[in-house]
Design a protein around this ligand. Structure first.
Ligand code: ZN
Length: 845
């Protein structure tokens, strides 16, 4: 009976809202707009937005709705600005005044005694952690409609940036799932379909990315739009409402103190702990259990609760035990959706109350944070240079990423280091600027750690990820820093020498060269790839061309020279690639253009295995790469569909980490033997080796303890955790003459490894185009046992299986879509995998 009563109470706002508060009757209640009570159904993103619009319309003196931008599925990312009517009248003035706190040249004169604090309330970046977004209905109602002294005082002292859904596409996907499986008589058995979403689930955005890893790289629209608003306001507190396993209780930060990033000031954690007192007090009042100081870290600045910590702001992570559906059996009894919503709502109230009380302390902390940031540190490094003179598109994206975080960038006063950094193609960032800590986390390598357990990756050195040459500079070298740039335009490529009657050469170094090549061959143009170096006259003199240069001979084409010139010129402009017209096939050195060293490129027709068993984020990274960056279509095949379709229409199949229990192995092997190119990454490499599809010898890392040792029970977490491969940066040595390394100019290629797939080098000396030497670690945490396993192992192995090829890539070359440095390896596998000579590949013999 008690359960029934609880269920009924959940149908009513009284279950959630604080006692003794009256509400403005002209503000609609959630049910008036979304047609159901909060917690009765899962709110869809569409209805959530309708409600936010409705309260902004009903309470315009308190609530202003803005659209930050749109998601891939064209859902609006809305944000409410909630404050007192008085503050709304001078909102821009307040914002300008607030921004001065983070500008050390102006902050000293700012009086923080009566300034409002800026608090960003954010919900459900993981779409299938719905209690946050559903609680936003209540918080928005409360803030818009509550009457009395307490709310007036709160709104007078705070500017609330209210983000009801960090991940609109994911929330929509998940709410649809949960609602379509709801029974009138709630089924609480965790085995039921309601609690077991189909792949890829609502956690991710449209391209199956975890947006709670994207705050720093900011690859996705959702993050880019949000960062624009973050820096427009520079909040003092940012909350990040998540869910955890159903058997847990409720978590709020601070987390584990030894797992806080060392760049985060100690005062940040002090303020986090002060705010935590308010959460504890509010949760005690409603009888909810909670925990702090355990499980969760504050280490990777790509997460929503950690990014603010390097911005003079305090990020707060909340983790509510998930009911996932409407009510679920747990070890704590039946966990009802309304209960999970209530905890999130109450901790929004505790955050706002804490912010009001601690207002001045947070404001002054922000001022101090940025003042310290521009105080020269005793270290020898005063800034960094970066830029890839052979790949300006990649350099452009790096500049773009820095500018999203408001990093000031300077041009070079002069070309530097014997031309490694060319003026106009390389840039400088100085540490003498407000974003100096963020610059450090972007450029620094990390080798020392206080703890060996990590919730996520242990390193993210961005120039290594982008594969961009970079160098630190000292105070004495500060002269190389030129004037500040506003933006680095995405320069358009051109055809050097204009229209040709003979042929064109397209260099392979630029990021988007594969996109240009695909568009060409898709249009029926015949293109060949150079497997040797050569030197040939072009407009302006002789030029040396590298391995991988694409030759487009005019006479072989079906179209006339005029049409071809128009197509190529458009491609150069669109993809920023370098094309040279040639008037003769006679090389000054190396192969002539008619040589058999130029091999025709086949149009790739690609299928990727996706669906249950496969790693959604790994597959999503490839989907994003091919679709968004390269404009190349790929078919997504589920294992069961793979088993029944005709595979002859595909010449390339991609498999990422995962388990492939359903797939017809014989069919896959027969397809490879018939001439297919099978590209495997991470655990798919070990799966194929163990199932007789490829020829790779796997290595295992040694166990950290041997069976004769006795170790205390409680030590297990630390010892086992230290053996996890959470993600390190390794430098692989590349054979630059190998088709899989075309387009690289440096022998050392940084790859990202977050798995325990270790491959022995092949016996065939040509079959390991990328391998690790005796000291491959560039940055990150790795145990001695795993490090031993990686030393002198293979990063990439090519197999010949029948007339097909298997490309085994042990690491993740496309990690989270900011690993631009691995893109060439992956695209080379797609375009050039099939031209690798079989005698240069490992066979079964
Ligand atoms: Zn989460």
């Amino acid at each position: 009976m008690a359960v029934f009563a609880n269920y009924l109470a959940a149908q009513d706002l009284k279950y959630y809202l604080p006692d003794n508060v009256s509400y403005n009757p002209s503000v609609p209640k959630p049910k008036d707009i979304i047609y159901h009570e909060v917690g009765e159904w899962h709110v869809t993103h569409d209805r959530l937005v309708n409600y936010m619009k409705a309260i902004a319309a009903a309470a315009p003196d308190r609530v202003k709705l803005e659209t930050m931008g749109f998601t891939y599925e064209n859902r609006p990312q809305v944000i409410l600005i909630i404050t007192s009517p008085g503050n709304h009248k001078r909102l821009e003035e307040i914002r300008q005044q607030h921004l001065k706190l983070s500008n050390p040249s102006q902050s000293a004169s700012v009086n923080s005694d009566n300034m409002p604090i800026v608090v960003w309330i954010g919900h459900s970046i993981h779409g299938n952690e719905p209690s946050g977004a559903n609680a936003s209905l209540l918080s928005a109602y409360y803030l818009a409609a509550a009457q009395g002294k307490q709310i007036d005082e709160l709104l007078e002292n705070e500017i609330i940036l209210f983000d009801p859904s960090f991940n609109p596409d994911g929330l929509q996907r998940f709410s649809t799932w949960a609602n379509q499986h709801k029974s009138k008589n709630l089924v609480t058995d965790p085995n039921s379909r309601e609690f077991n979403e189909v792949w890829p689930g609502g956690r991710f955005n449209h391209y199956w990315f975890d947006l709670n890893r994207d705050w720093l790289p900011a690859v996705h629209f959702e993050s880019q739009n949000r960062l624009k608003w973050f820096h427009m306001w520079k909040p003092n507190i940012l909350t990040d409402h998540h869910e955890q396993g159903s058997n847990a209780s409720f978590f709020f930060q601070p987390g584990v103190s030894s797992r806080v990033n060392p760049l985060t000031p100690e005062k940040n954690q002090e303020l986090t702990a002060k705010l935590a007192k308010f959460h504890a007090q509010y949760l005690d009042k409603i009888g909810s259990l909670y925990f702090t100081k355990e499980n969760y870290d504050d280490f990777y600045y790509g997460k929503g609760s950690t990014y603010p910590d390097i911005q003079g702001c305090i990020g707060i992570l909340f983790e509510q035990a998930s009911s996932r559906g409407h009510a679920q059996e747990t070890s704590n009894g039946i966990l009802r959706f309304p209960h999970t919503i209530k905890n999130q709502f109450v901790t929004t109230l505790s955050t706002l109350e804490g912010a009001k009380v601690l207002r001045k302390e947070f404001l002054d902390y922000q001022r101090d944070f940025f003042k310290k940031a521009v105080t020269p540190s005793p270290g020898a490094i005063s800034g960094y240079l970066f830029g890839d003179k052979n790949d300006l598109a990649k350099t452009f994206h790096f500049v773009e990423m820095l500018q999203r975080h408001q990093v000031e960038i300077n041009e070079l006063a002069d070309t530097w280091k014997d031309g490694e950094f060319e003026k106009g193609k390389a840039f400088a960032v100085s540490l003498n600027q407000p974003q100096s800590l963020l610059i450090k986390t972007i450029f620094e390598k990390t080798a020392e750690y206080k703890d060996s357990l990590f919730y996520d990756i242990t390193t993210w050195t961005m120039p290594l990820a982008f594969g961009i040459p970079y160098s630190s500079i000292t105070n004495q070298q500060q002269g190389v820093v030129g004037k500040k740039i506003e933006q680095f335009p995405f320069l358009k490529g051109t055809i050097t020498g204009g229209k040709s009657e003979y042929g064109y050469l397209l260099e392979w170094d630029e990021l988007y060269a594969p996109a240009a090549l695909y568009e060409l061959i898709n249009a029926g143009v015949i293109a060949k790839v150079a497997t040797s170096k050569f030197e040939i006259p072009v407009s302006g003199g002789n030029r040396k061309f590298d391995y991988g240069t694409i030759l487009i001979p005019v006479a072989l084409q079906k179209m006339d020279a005029e049409t071809l010139a128009v197509i190529l010129s458009a491609l150069a402009e669109k993809y920023r690639v370098k094309i040279y017209a040639v008037s003769s096939g006679n090389a000054m050195s190396g192969s002539d253009l008619g040589s058999s060293k130029f091999i025709s490129v086949t149009k790739p027709s690609i299928a990727m295995i996706v669906g249950p068993g496969t790693n959604a984020t790994d597959a999503g990274e490839i989907w994003y790469l091919l679709d968004q960056r390269m404009n190349i279509p790929a078919t997504h095949l589920e294992q069961t569909v793979f088993n029944r379709v005709d595979l002859t229409k595909y010449n390339t199949i991609i498999m990422v980490g995962g388990t492939y229990n359903e797939i017809n192995k014989e069919k896959l092997k027969t397809w490879v033997q018939g001439g297919g190119t099978l590209i495997l990454t991470e655990e798919a490499v070990s799966w194929a080796a163990q199932n007789g599809i490829s020829h790779v010898k796997l290595k295992k890392s040694k166990l950290p303890v041997d069976s004769t040792q006795r170790i205390e029970y409680v030590q297990r977490e630390q010892i086992d955790g230290a053996q996890q491969m959470n993600g390190v940066i390794l430098g692989a040595e590349a054979d630059l003459s190998h088709p899989l390394a075309y387009g690289y100019n440096q022998k050392m290629v940084s790859l990202f490894k977050a798995n325990k797939v270790f491959m022995e080098k092949s016996n065939n000396p040509y079959a390991t185009p990328y391998y690790y030497g005796s000291n491959p670690l560039q940055s990150g945490w790795i145990s001695r046992q795993n490090s031993d396993a990686i030393k002198n192992s293979a990063a990439v192995i090519v197999n010949a299986v029948g007339s097909g090829r298997v490309i085994n890539i042990a690491d993740n070359p496309n990690f989270r879509a900011f690993w631009l440095g691995g893109i060439k390896l992956f695209m080379n596998s797609i375009f050039f995998g099939r031209i690798i000579e079989s005698a240069s590949a490992t066979t079964g013999e």
